[in-house]
Design a protein around this ligand. Structure first.
Ligand SMILES: Cc1ncc(COP(=O)(O)O)c(C=O)c1O
Length: 232
């Protein structure tokens, strides 16, 4: 039996309700002669992107132990975001700082195709400057946008950030889950390389594809190839 009740849950109450129903259903099905020996409780445990306070893994485990363990079933869980969400960041460079009328834009070299969550569902990703701003640096509200010609290519609106200039590096935190895996090569933008960091060690574990590699995946059908006759 398997259940998955949602994602980015920051409250254990829905889990309590779901697990109680799972445990009850295990009992009902066994009463009807079915051998239920495994339950899969899905994923969904939330993480902190901004100021959310997700339940601790210990509290989640205690709930599983309290409600599901008494069934005697083998228990599986499928946490995704809780394992990798805050293990990944997206690093980007400011291409151009544009002083608009009453509004400043930071155009960065990452775009909605690299991290789609903000435009897809208004998700918040904390943005940090890679170089440590001076302790007394003024904070100013800026719109952080990508370079793609799409209204939705916006990471943050009026976000208070330390002064950032062309060429500065910044970081989007919480990009480890639903980041690279939801990326696309829209606008023929090669997927960003993935770098695994472990203490002082780092290695590119997925390189940025070249344009040649991207183009090689495409082909022209025989009937459109140069010199071929149009279809009658
Ligand atoms: C069946 C199932 N299991 C696990 C997950 C992972 O969810 P999460 O990353 O929120 O833990 C999902 C994602 O929606 C899912 O559909």
């Amino acid at each position: 039996m398997a259940v998955h009740i949602g994602s980015q849950l920051t409250d254990l109450t829905p889990y309590r309700h779901a697990f109680e129903r799972v445990a009850a259903l295990v009992g009902t099905l066994r009463d009807r002669g079915l051998a239920i020996d495994r339950v899969d409780l899905g994923g969904g445990l939330g993480i902190s992107y901004k100021d959310e306070v997700p339940p601790s893994l210990g509290a989640y485990a205690a709930l599983v132990r309290e409600i599901v363990a008494p069934t005697g079933c083998r228990i599986m869980i499928e946490p995704g975001r809780a394992l990798v969400g805050n293990a990944g960041i997206l690093v980007s460079r400011v291409i151009y700082r544009k002083e608009g009328q009453g509004r400043t834009f930071l155009i960065v070299d990452a775009a909605m195709n690299d991290l789609v969550r903000p435009t897809l569902y208004d998700a918040w990703h904390t943005i940090l400057s890679v170089s440590q701003p001076a302790a007394d640096a003024a904070v100013e509200p800026v719109d952080v946008v990508g370079p793609v010609c799409e209204t939705g290519d916006t990471f943050a609106v009026q976000r208070p950030l330390p002064p950032l200039q062309d060429g500065d590096l910044l970081v989007f935190t919480g990009a480890g889950a639903y980041g690279a895996v939801m990326a696309s090569s829209y606008n023929t933008r090669p997927l960003v390389p993935e770098v695994l960091v472990d203490g002082k060690n780092f290695a590119v574990v997925r390189k940025r594809p070249t344009f040649d590699e991207m183009m090689r995946a495409e082909s022209i059908p025989s009937w459109l190839a140069t010199g071929s006759r149009p279809h009658s």
